[in-house]
Unconditional design. Structure first.
Ligand SMILES: Cc1cc2nc3c(=O)[nH]c(=O)nc-3n(C[C@H](O)[C@H](O)[C@H](O)COP(=O)(O)O)c2cc1C
Length: 136
């Protein structure tokens, strides 16, 4: 489903997001929340997020878990299904010199589970997406 947007950049963003059924949202943690940039990108659209699935990969001192929790609230407003599994990368133990990613085995396993959940849920939500397209 497509929203009606005034600006060309919003329409381009909407077309891009409309082309996907599921998402992996990657976020750092800033002051115990997600980044303003990602929040802004989410806020620009509505219809294109609906009845889709999203999973979260976060990083920070505490694995960015609090940023991912903020994204769950936002996804609730957008009618995007938030996956239970999440990948929380520790800045102190899973990044070399706080820059080069060296994920622990448990993070790689968690990512596999997360991707499986996104595929399963985004597939299962197809009838709802079809119904909302038909209603327009
Ligand atoms: C203003 C600011 C606030 C931050 N707050 C948090 C925080 O609450 N929790 C945390 O784990 N890391 C926090 N950090 C550290 C960032 O998560 C870390 O620097 C991360 O690498 C930023 O990601 P980026 O380099 O992709 O922008 C903060 C960093 C900044 C600059």
């Amino acid at each position: 489903m497509h929203g009606h947007y005034q600006h060309a950049h919003t329409r381009a963003w909407a077309t891009r997001i409309a082309s996907f059924d599921g998402f992996v949202m990657v976020t750092a943690e800033y002051n115990r929340s997600t980044s303003g940039v990602l929040k802004n990108a989410l806020d620009h659209l509505y219809a294109e997020w609906q009845n889709k699935a999203a999973g979260f990969v976060s990083y920070g001192v505490a694995g960015g878990a609090r940023a991912a929790e903020q994204l769950r609230l936002i996804c609730g407003a957008l009618h995007t299904a938030a996956m239970s599994q999440q990948v929380t990368l520790s800045l102190t133990t899973e990044f070399e010199h706080y820059t080069t990613l060296k994920p622990a085995a448990h993070s790689a396993t968690a990512l596999d589970t997360l991707l499986d959940q996104i595929v399963a849920w985004s597939t299962a939500l197809a009838p709802l997406r079809d119904a909302s397209r038909a209603a327009v």
